[in-house]
Design a protein around this ligand. Structure first.
Ligand code: GLU
Length: 491
């Protein structure tokens, strides 16, 4: 056990073989929070000993996501890579060889596990393994690279890591690591393994979920091979030969299928904000010991400790995340909501920014109460950037064609009124329509506004009519009314 008075050093050590998984972000958050709580350091390290699968692009993407989350390593400017530290591993290897603890086997070097091993995990407690259940294991591969086991121990010792916080999938490796620490004469760190994150159906939340869903949907709907993918790759994917993410994505895009968010980048694109995501992640496996669910990073840093991490798997509850998010939007001051939404749209829906111009604030406010993510307004308010491709039959019947085309007649009058308006602003637009329904002796404003909504959106739902028309502009509004009238000749 390490000395409790020493400076705490934690680390996050991803393998740069793909995007940062949401579970990885949770591990990084815990390691970061623990270091901050104790005034220590949080370090990063790239574990790229699997040279074939590792890439600089993946490193950059992981760093981009950690930065976005605000989990910056204290060694940000010089993040070690295992592939650049071979000397260090060789030195350790020589030491183990000299102590007679290794032997060669098919060009690889194995470490002898010839003593029982026990260690204490901060979450899973005391774990003891008898000699008969231990196996010798490879510490250097035939290609001269160290295995994960040797590299992780040498690095953590070299970097002075005092607390190793990582996913539960590494718990079974820890006997090996404990034995290596002892053999190298290095003090063991505190180990803290965090419970796995599961889907609601009990399966482990994994990057394969995307492939699984895409394959299932493609099979069920007999979707053809997406154009960008060649047939043999598609067949292999469908036959479960691989879980290629590019293929899953191509299937989803070609068929309008939504794949589950798995990576941090997925959640960012979907429009979850950093505080919401971190708050939700903190509760995956940890709780503050009271009923408090909504808290910020500051609170987490003040209260985070290993004793409130549970042993059981944590379920990733998307509805709860969405509820946190919606709740946050509801509480947000208007200015902040508009600015937050704008930043998201600038990144992901720039065409809306261009189209909406000064109307962005009105657009944003129209969807503040109904949005669970920052991307929701793009879906809800799609008609602002795209004329309706079709009209919902039920809405047409109810608002246009019934009673001998009453709605269509109103719509024609609406067109006349709007075309003649001297000033295209929300208030005069509203006032003129308010006057019109009375002149036409209709029951209420809906008598003119609903047919108009169908013409503009294809359905009978839109934000307030004045601001909506102001944003759309006169030409676009009149054009859509004309299209709608042409598509629905009066009975
Ligand atoms: N590179 C390992 C992984 O991505 C990290 C293992 C560890 O944290 O010790 O799973």
């Amino acid at each position: 056990m390490s000395d409790p008075t020493q400076n705490v050093i934690t680390r996050f050590a991803p393998s740069p073989t793909g995007e940062l998984h949401i579970g990885g972000a949770r591990t990084a958050l815990f390691a970061w929070a623990y270091a901050k709580r104790h005034g220590g350091s949080f370090l990063l390290r790239f574990e790229d000993t699997d040279q074939k699968r590792s890439s600089k692009q993946a490193e950059q993407n992981i760093l981009r996501d950690l930065e976005w989350l605000g989990l910056r390593g204290d060694n940000h400017d010089a993040i070690p890579r295992q592939s650049e530290r071979l000397d260090l591993y060789n030195t350790a290897l020589d030491k183990l060889k000299a102590a007679g603890l290794t032997y060669e086997d098919d060009g690889a070097v194995r470490f002898r596990m010839d003593k029982p091993v026990a260690f204490d995990d901060a979450v899973f407690g005391h774990i003891a393994v008898e000699e008969k259940d231990l196996e010798d294991f490879v510490i250097q591969k035939a290609d001269g690279f160290p295995t994960f086991h040797l590299a992780v121990v040498v690095d953590d010792a070299d970097m002075g890591v005092t607390h190793v916080i990582r996913g539960q999938e590494h718990l079974s490796n820890t006997t090996k690591h404990a034995a290596l620490y002892d053999a190298l004469g290095e003090p063991r760190p505190v180990w803290c393994h965090t419970p796995s994150i599961m889907n609601p159906d009990g399966s482990k939340m994994s990057k394969r979920d995307k492939a699984k869903l895409a394959r299932q949907a493609a099979k069920q709907n007999a979707w053809p091979t997406p154009e960008s993918i060649d047939a043999s790759r598609f067949d292999a994917f469908m036959g479960k030969d691989n879980d290629d993410l590019d293929i899953a994505t191509a299937i989803a895009e070609a068929n309008g299928l939504e794949l589950p968010e798995i990576y941090v980048d997925d959640f960012r694109r979907s429009g979850y904000t950093v505080p919401v995501l971190l708050n939700y992640l903190a509760l995956l496996g940890w709780n503050p010991g009271n009923d408090l669910e909504r808290f910020d990073l500051h609170y987490l840093c003040e209260h985070f400790d290993f004793d409130r991490i549970g042993k059981s798997n944590s379920k990733f509850d998307r509805d709860k995340l969405a509820a946190f998010s919606q709740d946050t939007f509801l509480q947000m001051p208007e200015d902040e909501w508009i600015a937050t939404l704008k930043a998201h749209f600038e990144a992901y829906f720039p065409n809306y920014i261009e189209k909406l111009g000064d109307g962005f604030g009105v657009f944003a406010m129209a969807y503040k109460e109904r949005s669970k993510t920052l991307s929701d307004p793009a879906e809800l308010g799609k008609f602002f950037v795209e004329a309706p491709a079709a009209y919902v039959p039920k809405a047409v019947k109810k608002n246009l064609t019934k009673n001998e085309g009453e709605g269509l007649k109103s719509l024609a009058k609406v067109r006349e009124t709007l075309a003649a308006l001297p000033e295209w602003k929300a208030e005069p637009i509203h006032a003129s329509l308010d006057e019109l329904w009375q002149t036409l002796e209709l029951k209420n404003m809906g008598g003119v506004a609903q047919p108009l909504r169908v013409a503009l959106t294809g359905n009978a739902v839109s934000p307030e009519i004045g601001p909506t028309l102001e944003i759309l502009g006169r030409d676009e509004t009149l054009q859509r009314i004309d299209n709608c009238l042409a598509a629905h000749p009066s009975p």
